[in-house]
Design a protein around this ligand. Sequence first.
Ligand SMILES: *Cc1c(COP(=O)(O)O)cnc(C)c1O
Length: 378
Amino acid sequence: MEQIADIQMVDLKKQYARIKSEIDQAVLDVIASSRYIKGPVVQAFEEELAHYLDVKHVIGCANGTDALQVALMALGLKPGDEVIVPSFTYVATAEVIALLGLTPVMIDVDPHHFNVTANLIRPAITPRTKAIVPVHLFGQTAPMEEIMDVATEHGLYVIEDNAQAIGADYTFSDGKSAKAGTIGHIGTTSFFPSKNLGCYGDGGAIFTNDDDLAANLKMIANHGQSKRYYHDRVGVNSRLDAMQAAILRVKLPHLDDYCARRRQVANAYTVLLETVDKIAPPQQVEYSSHVFHQFTMMVPAEDRSRLIDHLKQDGIPSMIYYPVPLYKQKAFVDHWPAGRELPITEQLCDTVMSLPIHTEMDEALVTYIGSSVLRYFS
Ligand SMILES: *Cc1c(COP(=O)(O)O)cnc(C)c1O
């Protein structure tokens, strides 16, 4: 097969080219307006995203990590309070917990969908537990209904880390549905360029249906300010730029289409790859749609690095999300008993790998990449 040039994990250049005139105009309009911080464009985006998510409040902030930090700060927790998080996630989720002097309690994830479940959460609950931060990893939600049930039973807050699953739909057992990130007390997201709804720099947002929490979140993100130059508490400076908001206003109407394209790519990969015994393509749960932030499959540990090299020779990038359990990161040694391991997290860190997936992939590219994987295993 002839090599395809310049394959990317995510192709932001081609995506921009399709919406260039609208984006350029939106950015120029912000520059001409001289309203660079807060202002009407940020407010309009917050309202449009709230409408899309069907959530009462959206508060823009500087990035997805800040979104998590501000969310935690709004809960009024005390040093030493425990917050349950998955051990198989991006570092930001646990980092902000430790940063605030809280104790991250890392738990294992389900081997099929890579997310936490009520059964995994329950044994980790102690009298000091105050909150749970489920992560909707790779684009599919954690089982929120059972997680909310456990939380209610024990009086815990739930913050959904929705950096990877914006646009996904969760279906409750009564048939009702809600957008990922709007089910817990607070939801957070990131607009990092490679996320499903990415801006052209850093950006993030916090969602909630609770008016009191919303007021608190807004205040914390703005120097703890209740009115200008009156500071009720110690906050942070975390703002979504007007220029980023303008870009996001152009991209938001495309989000469903972007998710659909990712789903098409994932389905095409799955059809090709499920013919190989040694590959476990991503499994889809019935309660959540999948927006495929990543296409993450499992391969035998002994094959993984050779497969990655094989793909590289065909010009195909791939990534390991995530190679090291959070509790094995040096940053968290104080939060974990030496030598203890969580078996599923260990297994996933040894066997997962992610193939390129983005909105600009055509069938030829999916076939090229899939065939290269098949050739390795043949
Ligand atoms: C990207 C990401 C974040 C952090 O977002 P930033 O905007 O990079 O700060 C947090 N949690 C998860 C799961 C992420 O994927």
